[in-house]
Unconditional design. Structure first.
Length: 133
């Protein structure tokens, strides 16, 4: 995700499977345990999914393209601090930085060429900093 420069449905699916760890089969309605490892998505039984089919069959949020969807990743008790800001380099490159905070925690900090992806990265770092539930 940190190397991404543009929205990606494959990244959206990887993020979803990392965060949710369960999807509902669109035709049959039963839950399927899923997880992401490196660049692959697996479901219970260890089968690697066929990506085009998997991405079309399940409606994943557009975490890497939509600010609203990216904000769904931010844990409830975390807030923007100081927020999201743009940096323009002399050579024309633009970077977006996102920082989140929570009382008593370090600040997850993320930099990306996309403001939406910066939010995703910071939100996932904040989730990783939380104790397991």
């Amino acid at each position: 995700l940190e190397a991404a420069t543009a929205p990606s449905r494959e990244l959206d699916a990887l993020v979803y499977c990392t965060v949710q760890q369960r999807i509902v089969h669109p035709e049959h309605g039963f839950p399927i345990e899923v997880w992401a490892e490196k660049d692959s998505i697996f479901w219970k039984g260890g089968t690697v999914t066929q990506r085009p089919l998997f991405l079309n069959e399940f409606g994943f949020p557009s975490y890497t393209a939509s600010i609203d969807d990216a904000l769904m990743l931010v844990p409830e008790d975390w807030a923007f601090s100081p927020g999201l800001w743009e940096t323009r380099m002399d050579d024309g490159r633009v970077f977006w930085t996102c920082s989140l905070c929570r009382a008593g925690e370090g600040i997850p900090h993320a930099v990306s060429s996309s403001p939406v992806i910066a939010i995703c990265i910071a939100a996932l770092k904040a989730r990783a900093a939380q104790p397991p539930t």
